[in-house]
Design a protein around this ligand. Structure first.
Ligand SMILES: C[S@@+](CC[C@H](N)C(=O)[O-])C[C@H]1O[C@@H](n2cnc3c(N)ncnc32)[C@H](O)[C@@H]1O
Length: 352
């Protein structure tokens, strides 16, 4: 099915780099919904800057020769732009943060293009931003996508007003009935203890018991660090946690420090820079890429877990029950065993 939001992003980018229009620079704010394929056809990418909180996105952009700022949407190092393009994020506080910052980084005649589907909340976000910044902007429909165009508000308004972000950038203590932890908007399920991960944790004790010692542990796609935190009582000497999201790595590092655990935290694309092998690999892989569900993310995590395994390694994966993990794992792992099933999740033990 055609993704009208991605098509709109590309259309605006294309006109931005077309010589007749290519005045000034364009900033593309990339959350986890990139339309990278179409970019390959773009000429003039030297007029574009990207800001993204994802390591893999920033690597892909760098390969295309696009100047990329990898951060948790920290705009402080950015200049002023003729155009800023943003497909809104799933997380409302992050969307508010980006709109606030983007309006402050528009050149005097600059335009902010905000794109999203109705189910993403684009209409209400547009209405809220338009009221706050005293603009007559409304969201116009293009297929399934909506586009809202904002000009730079007056300096007085910029000085006085901001959409609420609940201090987007700061880590905050989440007091959850299961456990307390630090997290922030923009991290996967940031104020939740994921039910799938919880199920994985409950399946661990018998696995640890029959393994002959666990000296090294990898948390692959660690988020705020739930799975690694659950291994605190295992006397391992090597612990590595990795994620592609800047905010997740910040939160995980804080949680490990608070727990008194020594864990190397690596910002990476599916552990691509990690070379050592581990005794135990824990993973709750993403099954969405941006707003789309696909199996290729699961396969990518399986391949990576396989590469980082030795013969005695146990890789423990939790997935939604509709993901055919056993089938998908066949090309990398020789054996798979269901350890637990509940709440729509399956936990598997995989052996190379
Ligand atoms: C389902 S969440 C699980 C998070 C955490 N392990 C937990 O149990 O709460 C999947 C995690 O994978 C991360 N992720 C997505 N794509 C990635 C990639 N290419 N490389 C590394 N991590 C990625 C996401 O940022 C997210 O934190």
């Amino acid at each position: 099915m055609k993704d009208h939001c991605q098509a709109l992003v590309l259309e605006i980018l294309t006109s931005a780099v077309t010589p007749a229009f290519a005045s000034g620079r364009t900033l593309w704010v990339m959350d986890e919904n990139p339309a990278i394929d179409g970019l390959l056809k773009l000429n003039g990418t030297k007029f574009i800057d990207v800001v993204s909180n994802r390591y893999d996105t920033s690597e892909q952009m760098a390969k295309l020769g696009i100047n990329t700022f990898l951060s948790d949407f920290d705009f402080s190092a950015l200049g002023f732009y003729e155009r800023i393009i943003y497909r809104i994020s799933k997380e409302k506080m992050l969307t508010h943060h980006v709109i606030n910052e983007a309006l402050r980084h528009l050149a005097p005649e600059g335009q902010l293009f905000v794109i999203g589907e109705k189910t993403d909340g684009i209409k209400s976000i547009t209405k809220q931003a338009a009221e706050l910044y005293e603009s007559d902007t409304t969201a116009r429909k293009f297929g399934n996508a909506y586009l809202a165009e904002f000009s730079r508000p007056s300096q007085a308004l910029l000085d006085a007003k901001r959409l609420p972000t609940a201090s987007y950038n700061e880590l905050r203590l989440v007091r959850h009935p299961i456990m307390n932890f630090y997290s922030k908007p923009g991290v996967f399920g940031w104020e939740k203890v994921d039910k799938g991960s919880q199920l994985l944790v409950s399946c661990l004790p018998p696995v640890i018991q029959y393994m002959k010692g666990v000296d090294s542990i990898l948390d692959l796609g660690c988020g705020w660090g739930h799975l690694m935190l659950a291994t605190k009582d295992i006397p391992a000497t090597v612990r590595v946690a990795t994620d592609n999201n800047v905010a997740a790595i910040d939160a995980a590092a804080k949680n490990f420090a608070e727990a008194g655990m020594s864990v190397e935290c690596v910002l990476d694309d599916c552990a691509s820079q990690i070379r050592q092998r581990f005794d135990l690999i824990l993973c709750n892989p993403p099954f969405h890429q941006g707003f789309q569900v696909n199996d290729t993310m699961t396969e990518k995590f399986l391949k990576s877990a396989c590469r980082l395994s030795r013969r005695s390694t146990r890789a423990i994966f939790v997935v939604n029950q509709f993901i055919p993990l056993q089938k998908l794992s066949e090309s990398c792992f020789k054996e798979s065993r269901l350890l637990g099933a509940a709440d729509g999740f399956n936990v598997f033990e995989l052996r190379p």
